[in-house]
Design a protein around this ligand. Structure first.
Ligand code: GLY
Length: 356
């Protein structure tokens, strides 16, 4: 993709201490409106106080709490939030603030985008995954019939505030969860960034603002070129065709696999396919393998056919064909690559051997 030329600020994304951003000013512009804050049980406990005590106008906000589970990205929970907004008399010019990880920013963004045909919303992501991926780029969504993100909209947040303070109390697995999306962004678009990421051995210490900013820059530049995913944006889905299928597989078997861990396995298997189909150089594949195995303890099922079945629901598919985004080199990704069952099976079984 070459040098990133676009600025994330043009998407209303601000990085830094929330207190030093435009957040207070935006709240002031809603001083005659109703404000709701959507949280999960964790952000309700650990993050909400900071907002309510630190920012004028939020002490009278309607607080909505949902379980801190992927299962909350569900139609019934949407109905609960919509009813709460409606019963509290929210109009289409009132404001919803989504305070949480990817589950909350996806769910809250979706609800806001359909309530009265769309009300403004602000994203305050509190997990690394939500900061570098879920809360940016205007995709909202919920799961449906056991499948990831099957219902959703493209709807832009009014503003997104990325403040690393929320990350300090997160367990290591949550850092790894978000790191998978950062690795993916480097793999699809920026070889030099990949080289920086390869050196990281302690995420909490080494993942500084410039790494987060670079990952966001890469995503924003791709989204700027193709906001509705008609073509190029599909490369942001590298690792996700298999990743989403694995997530659905474990979700349905009640042994949840985090999105980042599923994407990490997806990156490994889809790199193996890239080797066969697009001539990804072997030494680059070895680098990818090393980084994934170093940062993730992985689980993978034997049942490749079950994963293949779930892959049939991928949104990138067309005319009954499974289409993936694959690497030709580190930093260079091609979309709409048709992959057949034999190619998938071979790569999947190799990855099963590596992981076991
Ligand atoms: N998470 C992939 C995208 O936003 O397109």
């Amino acid at each position: 993709m070459g040098e990133v030329s676009f600025s994330y600020q043009q998407f209303g994304i601000e990085i830094g201490h929330l207190e030093s951003t435009s957040f207070s000013g935006i709240l002031q512009s809603y001083s005659n409106s109703k404000i709701a804050i959507l949280t999960d049980e964790n952000t309700h406990k650990h993050c909400l106080d900071f907002l309510i005590t630190g920012f004028q106008g939020l002490n009278s906000a309607e607080i909505i709490v949902v379980p801190a589970l992927e299962e909350s990205k569900d139609l019934d929970i949407c109905v609960y939030i919509l009813e709460t907004l409606s019963e509290a008399g929210f109009g289409r010019k009132d404001l919803l603030i989504n305070l949480g990880g990817g589950m909350i920013t996806d769910l809250g963004g979706f609800v806001a985008s359909i309530y009265k045909r769309g009300m403004p919303f602000i994203q305050i992501p509190t997990s690394l995954l939500a900061m570098v991926d879920a809360s940016i780029g205007s995709k909202t969504g919920i799961n449906f019939m056991g499948l990831k993100n099957q219902l959703g909209t493209f709807s832009s947040a009014r503003n997104t505030y990325i403040d690393k303070k929320w990350l300090q109390t997160l367990p290591t697995c949550q850092w790894n969860n978000g790191f998978a999306e950062i690795l993916k962004n480097a793999l699809i678009a920026d070889e030099k960034f990949w080289t920086t990421l390869m050196e990281i051995s302690n995420l909490k210490e080494q993942l500084n603002d410039s790494v987060i900013q670079k990952a966001i820059d890469i995503k924003c530049e791709i989204v700027r070129q193709d906001p509705k995913e008609l073509g190029l944006r599909k490369i942001l889905n590298f690792g996700h065709t298999i990743g989403h299928a694995l997530e659905s597989y474990y979700f349905n078997s009640k042994m949840p696999l985090s999105h980042g861990h599923a994407v990490a396995i997806g990156i490994l298997v889809e790199s193996e396919i890239s080797l066969i189909k697009l001539g990804l150089p072997k030494f680059e594949f070895e680098q990818i393998k090393k980084v994934i195995l170093k940062n993730y303890s992985l689980q993978i099922p034997d049942d490749y056919l079950a994963i293949w079945q779930l892959m049939q629901h991928d949104k990138k598919n067309d005319l009954g064909k499974v289409k993936m985004s694959l690497l030709s080199r580190i930093g260079s990704c091609a979309f709409d690559q048709i992959v057949d069952l034999e190619e998938f099976k071979m790569a999947f079984e190799k990855s099963v051997e590596l992981i076991r």
